[in-house]
Design a protein around this ligand. Structure first.
Ligand code: IVH
Length: 704
């Protein structure tokens, strides 16, 4: 090795080359140490590399690399956790609350598969903690990530390594394996931790789940190490080879590899057996020593799981049967009206704080004016027709993670002075008329974008996780910028002119309370990063009534690009071909189509949309399987299918990038007709659309 020159004697060209070598060597050492748990160089040598790097950078500041190792450690700490894109999304589970939901679940599985033979499920406790995905490569733990939004989580590898239940090395594991499960804290450990917190004058945690989450998400892994966390494995993500052909077999293999799996996991052949196990687990709930909030049922056969697949955010092959809600009585101190993104006036109960199932509750939703008055949308009595009045003694409940609700009112405790609640007929925020349309349970402010409450709620929606998800620009910052007179954000387009306006301003953001040079620059960079946005996120972000995440995804998939979407929606009026096309999309009804087209044809709304899109690069939809011969094609299924159910056919076609429509038009590429096909087959013939038998379709999609 050549002798190392003193920094003062290094030429610029030598420095450039050496900085590149150092960046690589330090990155390699970091990976060996942090990720592979197998350091390749001593700490002293590592420090020497870092020092040399810093010395060269200080002599040649202009040569500092964008990926400079000196920034990386500092940045990782300052910015919080790194992001991890999950190789397989981490989904949530559909909830069931009633016994009858369990039989319905079985029935839905059978109907989807067209399966009438024996069907086995697993049943296991639903652990109330936070989910974690552990990635093992060649049996070595290389990464741990929280769920995050399901697609992207936080890198908590160093912290996860401190959890005793998580093996660092596995014997006999597939070359690539992602193990998923729940991090939780036992009741005993939680009580001891809270004693310590109080002893040190720190705030105690509200419940074991918060304590577990707070402990795992520590920037300093030493703090996590000092907290008694545990882990149950119950699922997996990416795998280089299957673990088993059944859920139960896979769980057993995870156990053999050294993971803790829940001992109350069993298999059941009928909904009745699932319910019996649910009752057994419920009876043991108080003595298990850790929090659970229900029982999870999963289809045992993994080949059937694969056929069942996923909806947008939940698997079709599993369901969480939740325990009944927890209840508490408290005083209803007042009723506030909040104005939402679509103008809905939502009444909110202000409650005297009360603990419900370990969480302090001081607000509850009251739904709408009928609910307060004691009747449902059809005018039938609820709570035996008892209305709710400020001053009343009310029963509050929480079911799962949902917002607390009011179950009952005790009329015997009603104060004499309590008067019926008069629901406002004007918007409390902008004074516009609040109108209640025929058949709508909700009264809405008619102010549109002139209503500050609607405008600000729309902006909050715009920056929310499933929409633009701009780091450092959340609900709190939106409230602040909305009211700001020097650097206001009043519409989505304003977000993308923020940096330029800041530069032109004497009162710079970096000089404000809560901001400095770095945080202001970070915010501008986070906004910059979102100038390029996928089509589905943009459509969802517009906040148009009835256009939720799933609908936005459908629309994006159907139209493919912003220009096509925008042109079609602008032209779509009942009777036009564009309208026919829009409403023929499976999952798009007249209500959605009306709301969407009205928004695009309303001058104020349209102005805001055009101004926004002018600042963006909208990414067209990537077809999931570009090489599939049916990617991008529109197909209509009709008649009886014999090899699979209609639902399965649709799910599979969509997984191959095809669009499934409900009616035949000139834009349909194929009609797949089984026996008994009627008018749709005739339409296809009339329009000259190619017709396929089910077998021909399967051959075309490579499924036979
Ligand atoms: S299976 C595809 N099994 O519940 C979904 N989840 O509400 C695979 N959870 O995000 C999840 N105990 O954090 C599964 N035994 C269990 C569970 C469980 C707790 C959590 C998990 C998930 C959430 C969904």
């Amino acid at each position: 090795m050549a002798a190392v020159k003193h920094v003062d004697q290094v030429t610029e060209a030598e420095a450039r080359a050496e900085l590149a070598r150092l960046a690589e060597a330090i990155a390699r050492a970091n990976r060996a140490y942090h990720t592979l748990d197998a350091p390749e160089i001593s700490d002293a040598d590592y420090d020497a590399l870092k020092r040399r790097n810093a010395a060269l950078e200080s002599r040649f500041p202009g040569l500092k690399r964008p990926d400079s190792p000196s920034d990386q450690v500092g940045a990782a700490v300052a910015e919080g956790f790194g992001k991890v894109a999950h190789a397989v999304p981490m989904l949530s589970l559909e909830n069931a609350f009633e016994d009858t939901d369990v039989a319905d679940f079985e029935e839905r599985v059978r109907n989807f598969l067209g399966h009438s033979g024996p069907l086995t499920f697993t049943a296991e406790p639903k652990i109330d903690g936070l989910s974690l995905s552990l990635r093992y490569e060649n049996g070595v733990l290389v990464q741990a990530a929280t769920r995050g939004d399901g697609a992207v989580g936080e890198n908590v590898t160093d912290n996860a390594r401190t959890i005793a239940d998580i093996p660092h090395h596995l014997p006999d594991a597939p070359q690539l394996m992602e193990v998923r499960g729940e991090v939780y804290m036992s009741h005993a450990d939680f009580a001891a931790l809270n004693d310590r917190q109080i002893g040190r004058g720190e705030k105690p945690f509200a419940n074991p789940r918060n304590a577990a989450a707070g402990s795992l998400r520590q920037l300093d892994a030493a703090i996590t190490a000092a907290r008694p966390l545990r882990f149950f494995a119950y699922a997996w993500g990416a795998l280089s080879e299957p673990l088993s052909d059944t859920q139960l077999g896979a769980i057993r293999r995870l156990q053999e590899m050294g993971f803790q799996t829940n001992p109350l996991t069993v298999s059941c052949d009928t909904p009745a057996a699932l319910l019996a196990h649910y009752r057994r687990i419920e009876a043991q709930r108080a003595t298990l020593g850790y929090d659970i909030d229900g029982v999870v049922y999963k289809v045992n056969d993994l080949a059937l799981q694969a056929r069942l697949g996923f909806r947008s955010s939940t698997p079709r092959w599993a369901i969480a049967h939740k325990f009944p809600a927890e209840l508490a009585w408290t005083r209803l101190e007042g009723i506030d009206i909040q104005v939402g993104r679509t103008g809905a006036l939502s009444p909110v109960a202000r409650l005297a704080p009360v603990t419900v199932g370990g969480v302090v509750v001081s607000n509850a939703t009251l739904h709408n004016e009928d609910y307060i008055a004691g009747r449902d949308a059809k005018g039938n009595p609820i709570r035996d027709g008892k209305d709710l009045r400020p001053g009343d003694w009310v029963q509050v409940y929480r079911a799962g993670d949902v917002i607390p609700k009011i179950n009952d009112v005790d009329l015997e405790k009603r104060p004499e002075s309590a008067i019926p609640f008069a629901f406002p007929v004007t918007c409390p925020e902008c004074g516009s008329e609040a109108h209640r349309a025929e058949g709508d349970a909700v009264r809405r402010c008619t102010g549109g974008l002139i209503c500050p409450a609607q405008a600000v709620e729309r902006l909050k929606h715009f920056v929310s996780r499933a929409a633009f998800d701009i780091e450092g620009l959340g609900a709190k910052q939106i409230e602040m910028f909305f009211k700001d007179s020097l650097l206001p954000i009043r519409s989505p387009a304003d977000i993308f002119t923020l940096a330029a306006r800041d530069r032109a301003n004497l009162a710079r953001l970096e000089n404000r309370d809560g901001y400095g040079k770095t945080s202001a620059a970070k915010l501008f960079a986070a906004i910059e990063a979102r100038r390029t946005i996928p089509l589905d996120r943009l459509i969802f972000a517009l906040g148009i009534r009835h256009v939720g995440e799933a609908a936005a995804a459908l629309l994006a998939r159907h139209y493919g690009s912003w220009p096509q979407f925008e042109t079609a929606i602008t032209a779509a009026r009942p009777g036009s071909t564009e309208w026919e096309e829009l409403t023929a999309i499976d999952g798009v009804g007249v209500v959605l189509a009306t709301s969407l087209t009205e928004a695009f044809q309303n001058p104020a709304e349209r102005g805001a949309i055009d101004a926004l899109v002018g600042h963006l690069t909208v990414l067209p939809v990537e077809r999931p399987k570009g090489d599939s011969p049916v990617a991008g094609k529109t197909v209509v299924f009709t008649g009886t299918l014999e090899k699979m159910t209609r639902a399965e056919a649709k799910a599979r076609a969509e997984a191959l990038g095809a669009k499934v429509a409900g009616s035949v038009s000139a834009r349909t590429d194929y009609v797949v007709a089984g026996p008994g096909a009627g008018s749709k087959a005739k339409d296809a013939e009339r329009l000259g659309v190619p017709m396929l038998t089910e077998d021909e379709w399967l051959a075309l999609t490579g499924a036979t």
